[in-house]
Design a protein around this ligand. Structure first.
Ligand code: NAD
Ligand code: ZN
Ligand code: ZN
Length: 412
């Protein structure tokens, strides 16, 4: 890590500026500006490693990047571990906007607060945190409603203005306000949740996206009922977490659907009662599920990002009350279905980050549940790799050969 010269110093002779000892004096910045944040590295840009996506659909490149000091109400986090989520891959190699590069991806992480910017009240250096790709400002209309975890001050998908990461003199886009494929990152104070320091960061990082999303899709968004029947389409980490959420909610039948039979064993571990490969059947999957359940499941979940499957998931639901939740992401196509499917009482909805309101709780409930052995997390980790091996992790995900690869980024 290189220490760059700070360009802020005290112009009050009565105070000794810690920074001015080594750099030329810049008038106009008061001592208060320097001293109000009691952490010297706030004013030091970190040079560290990050995996940079320079171009659409190209391998990521490990580069030395510069991570600027946190500004007003921002914190700089040393990322200890990060998962690689299908959403990272989607924006790297599939999405409709192929020009928003260079970017630092990664949003499913855990780390340690390294420094805090002015005005930060809730974090101290040394706190262990999960960065949140869906922040909660607590003040907007959406934050104040218990009905949603959305916030009007949410992060843009890829932000240039808010980015604190640069490389070779170029600013890099920050993905979802997090950018965890970097040894250090800067996020807004409202984009992080403090967690129990006892939580193993190389595991609970997965609660920072996939596990929260899938589990919350079942528990918060669908509100799965005890004794109900459920179908989960797509058994990546998001879908498997939805299976786990359905089981936790007391569903009596959980049908796990995937075209990759390698996923079935894990689905059973997490609570699936039946597994189905649509390719093994000549009739449409929705027809098969209707037959298996005597008229359709009570709840279904699309965890793939495929609009055809979204419709199949809706059509697998029971008329009258069936609820189908979209968790998979795509911006390439629109979904469609005959209106009669909704007129006959099915409900079609969706979830971001599992509808979980992180900041309203005194501590993140899912991290606590994991520590209390009430939530499975370790079962999702099929590979442990280093940040430098990120392209290997991307290939594993693309080829369906892993549930989650967790990358070790910085030592804790
Ligand atoms: P993943 O690639 O690990 O899992 C997807 C699974 O779907 C794979 O097992 C694959 O074999 C299966 N699949 C593909 N096509 C299928 C088909 N036609 N029928 C049945 N199964 C099929 O992905 P993931 O990391 O678990 O993410 C899943 C989706 O959720 C992605 O679209 C991702 O972008 C999205 N996501 C959304 C949120 C959110 O907040 N809503 C959060 C995280 C991820
Ligand atoms: Zn994700
Ligand atoms: Zn808000």
């Amino acid at each position: 890590m290189l220490q760059h010269k700070a360009n802020i110093c005290s112009d009050e002779p009565t105070l000794t500026c810690r920074l001015c000892k080594s750099v030329s004096h810049v008038p106009g910045v008061t001592a208060l500006d320097v001293w109000k944040v009691d952490f010297p590295s706030n004013f030091v840009a970190n040079e560290c490693k990050a995996a940079v996506a320079w171009e659409f659909n190209q391998p990521l490149v490990i580069e030395e990047v510069e991570v600027a000091p946190p500004q007003e109400k921002e914190i700089r986090i040393k990322i200890v571990a990060t998962g690689v989520c299908q959403s990272d891959l989607y924006f790297l190699s599939k999405c409709s906007n192929q020009t928003a590069f260079p970017v630092v991806f990664g949003h499913e992480a855990a780390g340690v607060v390294e420094s805090i910017g002015p005005g930060v009240t809730e974090f101290q250096p040394g706190d262990t945190v999960i960065p949140l790709f869906m922040p909660q400002c607590r003040e907007c209309r959406l934050c104040k409603s218990p009905k949603t975890n959305l916030c009007v001050n949410g992060c843009p998908l890829r932000s240039f203005e808010r980015s604190r990461i640069s490389c070779k003199g170029r600013k890099l886009l920050q993905f979802l306000g997090t950018s965890s494929f970097s040894e250090f990152t800067v996020v807004k104070e409202m984009s992080a949740a403090k967690i129990d320091p006892a939580a193993p960061l190389d595991r609970v990082c997965l609660i920072g996206c996939a596990i929260c999303t899938g589990y919350g899709a079942a528990v918060n968004t669908a509100k799965v009922e005890a004794g109900s029947s459920c179908a989960v389409f797509g058994l990546g980490a998001v879908g498997l977490a939805a299976v786990m959420g359905c089981k936790a909610a007391g569903a009596s039948r959980i049908i796990a659907v995937d075209i990759n039979p390698d996923k079935f064993e894990k689905a059973k571990v997490l609570g699936a009662t039946d597994v189905v490969n649509p390719n093994d059947h000549s009739r449409p999957i929705q027809q098969l599920l209707q037959e298996m359940t005597g008229g359709g499941v009570d709840f279904s979940f699309e965890c793939i990002g495929n609009v055809e499957v979204m419709r199949s998931a809706l059509e697998s639901c029971a008329p009258g009350w069936g609820v189908s939740v979209i968790a998979g992401w795509t911006d390439m196509e629109n979904f469609s279905a005959p209106p009669i499917h909704l007129m006959t009482g099915r409900k079609w909805t969706g979830t971001l980050f599992g509808g979980e309101k992180w900041i309203s709780a005194s501590e993140p409930a899912m991290v606590r549940a994991y520590l209390d052995r009430k939530l499975m997390v370790d079962e999702f980790i099929t590979h442990n790799l280093r940040l430098e091996q990120i392209n290997e992790a991307v290939e594993l995900m693309k080829n369906g050969r892993c549930i989650r690869a967790v990358l070790s980024v910085s030592p804790q």
